[in-house]
Design a protein. Structure first.
Length: 93
C-alpha cells in the first residue's frame, strides 16, 4: 500500500476546518478522508497555539530549515577564509 502525500495547503486548510468546526476531529477527518491521528498531528503542528505564540506555515518552516542550512555553510566558509588570511599574513622566517 502506497503512503498518501498531502500538500501543505491541504494540511493547513484541514487544520483551519477542524478549528472552526463544531464537529469532533474524528468527524472532520472522516469527511476529509484522512485518519484521525494524522489530523491530530497536523493540528499540533499547524494549529493555533494556546499561549498566543505565533504559528508558522509549512512553507515558512521549509524556508527556515533551508536558511539554517545556508547559515551553517556560510559560517564554515567564513571560518575557512579567516584561517587562510591568518596563514598568508604570517611573517615568513
Amino acid at each position: 500500500m502506497k503512503k498518501r502525500q498531502y500538500t501543505n495547503e491541504f494540511k493547513v486548510e484541514a487544520v483551519r476546518l477542524t478549528e472552526q468546526s463544531e464537529e469532533s476531529i474524528s468527524q472532520v477527518a472522516r469527511e476529509l478522508g484522512v485518519a484521525p491521528n494524522i489530523l491530530c498531528r497536523w493540528v499540533r503542528e499547524f494549529g493555533a497555539k494556546p499561549d498566543g505564540a505565533a504559528t508558522i506555515t509549512p512553507n515558512e518552516h521549509d524556508e527556515l530549515i533551508r536558511l539554517r542550512r545556508k547559515l551553517v555553510r556560510i559560517t564554515e566558509e567564513r571560518d575557512i577564509l579567516k584561517k587562510a588570511i591568518g596563514i598568508f599574513t604570517k611573517e615568513l622566517p
